[in-house]
Ligand binder design. Structure first.
Ligand code: ADP
Length: 581
């Protein structure tokens, strides 16, 4: 199975596990059963000296106190065994880390891969409601937390289980009364965890939310910097972020306090308990129930058990953090708003006829429908401009046409096929969109224009750039087409950015073009060039546009006036002007 398909399969499985996020992670482990078993074996070897040392010590002490004749032989034998167990630790530790960390690092990259794939599948409507900073935090910080959590948790849990089982088994074989006494430590550990559990979980949750808010607010602040600077609002923005950072720091501090109090409480309780065990076993030794060697053996084992429980407890806050991150990641993996792509009817070569048939569309959380029984027939090759007040529903029409969401009632037919039955990818590969805000990325001009297309010759790109009047500009750059643009094309003027976006559309040879005209004012020279570029596009295919400039509207075959989600008037520019007198 290809990696992508494997991740998609994983995402599908995750979507059924919304209530039980921990199962996401178990799924990864069950996929790698062999490796996990090998790790368990190597960890057992790695840990074995800790179990053998107390045994050997007890044997030697008993031999010494019992004035055994073979005392030298006993000591030599025990030391030899000890040496073997201690030395093999280097080999087993190295290989255990190699085996286990490969699994954990694999999970880390698979989780990031699954998140990224899921993000590409989610409907555009989902993105309108979430801040990108939050998503960023999930892919980076949360996945890192999960990796740390797994690295520590699985190892610790394995060690504590084996330590406790071995210690209890040996103790049971030597003294049932001490074995029963050891069991008292279990309710004590559970009691301490229960006492703090709610508080630690709550503080962790608050801290995670504050962290997410900080990340998204900083991301938003960076995007807003030009606006902030232009309005002289640096102070206001800085204060807002500093306040948020302080809130995060406070909640982090509260978390530190709870964690520290928790750590100290269990440490003190365990030390008392260990002293109590020493007194108890010493008393048994005095009465002759157990040997001196046994006192040392039990003390050694008990210290190991307590240390393990102790480290498990001190890891508990980390577990909560990891678990919180598992929940955070699962919010995306189980998000149901996936873009529907039925792909039932093959589209073939798109002609470009579009029919809106009694389309009704209401945004989530809105009571009133934005589009209400909207109907419109557009012929192949026709150009239609939507005009109307802001909020009338013009962009919504374009969004539905691109397939960002589907209408709740009515249908949109492309070449006579209901869009609901189309393969959106096949459809979209034959249309082009020039959005209101040109989105350029940090790549070369060539890469930005040919985004998503393979093997486009430089001559073809230059020919298209000529159509949009950018030849002189590109030729004036030291590296021409290979000049790297700053992120978001910040080094370009508004008009240049728009013309690049139009070039990106033209080079696709689209059959339908969706053009959301930017409202920003351009200087008259730029406007003229944008205008010419738009016109050359309009000639080649069916064009839908939301137009603000009179010059654009004038060239459209048909102008449709939208009011409250309905077409109220339509006709050519001249016809409409005539009607208005
Ligand atoms: P226009 O492009 O004509 O200015 P839009 O299509 O953008 O209008 O918006 C039409 C109506 O839908 C407006 O009242 C707007 O508030 C609402 N709207 C737009 N996008 C959303 C959204 N993501 N969630 C909720 N309401 C929205």
């Amino acid at each position: 199975m290809q990696k992508g398909e494997e991740l998609d399969e994983y995402i599908r499985e995750c979507s059924k596990l919304a209530e039980r996020p921990y199962k996401f992670i178990l799924k990864f482990f069950t996929k790698k059963k062999r490796r996990v078993l090998l790790t368990f074996f190597l960890w057992t070897c790695q840990r074995s000296p800790c179990w053998v040392i107390p045994l050997a010590t007890a044997n030697i002490l008993d031999a010494l106190s019992g004035a055994n004749e073979n005392i030298t032989e006993v000591i030599a034998k025990n030391l030899l065994i000890l040496t073997f167990f201690i030395l093999q630790n280097i080999f087993s530790t190295y290989h255990a880390t190699k085996t286990f960390n490969k699994i954990v690092r694999g999970i880390e990259s698979d989780l990031r891969g699954a998140l990224v794939r899921k993000m590409q599948q989610l409907s555009i409507m989902f993105y309108k409601e979430i801040q990108s900073g939050k998503l960023l935090s999930k892919v980076t910080r949360d996945v890192e937390n999960i990796e740390t959590f797994l690295d520590q948790a699985v190892r610790s849990v394995f060690f504590i289980i084996t330590d406790v089982v071995i210690a209890l088994a040996v103790t049971f074989s030597r003294s049932i009364i001490v074995f029963l006494f050891f069991w008292l430590s279990v309710p004590m550990a559970i009691g301490i965890i229960m006492l703090f559990q709610k508080k630690i979980s709550k503080e962790n949750n608050t801290f995670r939310k504050e962290m997410e808010n900080t990340t998204s607010q900083v991301a938003e602040m960076i995007n807003l910097i030009p606006v902030t600077r232009a309005h002289g609002l640096q102070e206001v923005e800085s204060r807002k972020i500093v306040k948020q950072v302080e809130a995060t720091s406070n909640s982090g501090f509260q978390l530190d306090l709870v964690n520290s109090f928790f750590g100290a409480t269990h440490w003190v309780a365990f030390q008392f308990f260990q002293a109590l065990t020493l007194g108890f076993t010493a008393f048994l030794a005095i009465r002759g129930t157990i040997t001196v060697g046994d006192v040392v053996l039990f003390q050694g084992y008990f210290a190991t058990i307590l240390n393990q429980i102790s480290s498990l407890i001190s890891l508990y806050p980390g577990f909560c953090k990891g678990f919180e991150s598992v929940k955070s990641v699962s919010e995306i993996l189980t998000e149901p708003r996936i873009e529907e792509n039925a792909a039932i009817v093959p589209l073939g070569k798109l002609r470009g006829e579009v029919i809106f048939d009694h389309v009704t569309y209401t945004y989530k959380n809105n009571e009133e429908a934005t589009l209400n029984q909207f109907s419109l027939k557009v012929k192949e090759g026709e150009s239609v401009a939507f005009v109307g007040e802001s909020g009338a529903g013009k962009s919504t029409i374009l969004n539905l046409l691109i397939g960002f969401d589907s209408p709740q009632e009515g249908r949109i037919c492309i070449d006579g096929i209901n869009m609901k039955n189309l393969d959106l990818n096949e459809y979209r590969s034959q249309i082009a969109v020039v959005p209101q805000n040109t989105i350029l990325f940090a790549g070369t001009i060539y890469e930005n224009v040919t985004y998503g297309l393979d093997n486009v010759s430089k001559e073809r790109v230059m020919a298209v750039l000529k159509q949009v009047g950018l030849t002189d500009f590109v030729n004036s750059l030291p590296q021409g087409l290979d000049t790297t643009l700053a992120e978001q094309g910040n080094s370009l003027s508004g008009g240049q950015k728009q013309r690049l976006a139009i070039a990106r559309a033209i080079i696709r040879n689209p059959r339908i073009i969706v053009f959301d005209e930017a409202t920003s004012a351009l200087d008259s020279a730029s406007e003229k060039m944008v205008q010419e570029a738009t016109e050359s596009l309009m000639k080649t295919c069916t064009t839908f546009m939301v137009a603000h400039r009179l010059s654009t509207i004038r060239n459209a075959d048909r102008i449709v006036v939208i009011q409250k989600g309905k077409p109220v008037e339509e006709g050519s520019f001249d016809e409409l002007m005539e009607k208005k007198g």
